[in-house]
Design a protein around this ligand. Structure first.
Ligand SMILES: Cc1cc2nc3c(=O)[nH]c(=O)nc-3n(C[C@H](O)[C@H](O)[C@H](O)COP(=O)(O)O)c2cc1C
Length: 169
């Protein structure tokens, strides 16, 4: 297996944002018992500003099974897919971990991360390891007008995370 090597997130941020807006990125989460899941995300921000490390911001609604997991273990990994993983991204964004094991359904391989508990995804060329340091619960005006129409208890929680490592295989 090729060794992963650290890369500068700012130098690859255009690639990450391109994937985020074209099919989504794969986010791994873990619950307090150690069970893991993958959720596709299309809303996110990357920028400078925390102890010299980049910040990554994501949004997950309590409608998702993944929400209780990220509430239990405040860490996640963003796996950035390539073209070959578009079907996997769609599957992880349309099926629920409550009903299936997305790792096997999407043919994805969990590998230990270096800084956080949720695993990295072997098939994703880039994995971004993140630890949440604060979150913003609704009501907030951070998402789209369409999302603000949802019942407040179903609106997205916004998670602000410090990026502890960004790796390319
Ligand atoms: C392209 C794409 C982007 C998505 N972005 C988000 C997002 O930013 N936040 C969110 O809560 N759900 C988002 N979703 C929906 C979840 O990925 C989807 O509901 C998923 O099946 C939830 O899985 P879970 O029940 O295992 O947590 C997105 C779905 C797709 C296909």
């Amino acid at each position: 297996m090729t060794e992963r090597h650290a890369v500068d997130l700012y130098e690859i941020s255009a690639e990450v944002l391109h994937r985020m807006t074209h099919g989504g990125v794969l986010c791994t989460v873990m619950d307090a018992q150690g069970a893991t899941n993958i959720i596709t995300l299309g809303w996110g921000q990357i920028g400078p500003g925390y102890h010299g490390n980049p910040i990554c911001i994501i949004a997950i609604t309590p409608r998702r099974y993944s929400w209780h997991m990220i509430e239990e273990v405040a860490e996640f990994v963003l796996g950035v897919p390539d073209d070959a993983l578009q079907d996997a991204a769609l599957l992880c964004g349309t099926r629920s971990g409550q009903d299936c094991d997305k790792w096997s359904e999407a043919n994805l391989t969990a590998v230990p991360s270096l800084h956080v508990q949720p695993p990295s995804i072997r098939e994703c060329p880039i994995n971004i390891e993140c630890r949440i340091y604060t979150k913003v619960a609704p009501p907030h005006l951070l998402l789209t007008p369409e999302h603000r129409e949802w019942p407040e208890d179903e609106q997205h929680t916004i998670y602000f995370a410090e990026v502890l490592g960004t790796y390319r295989w």
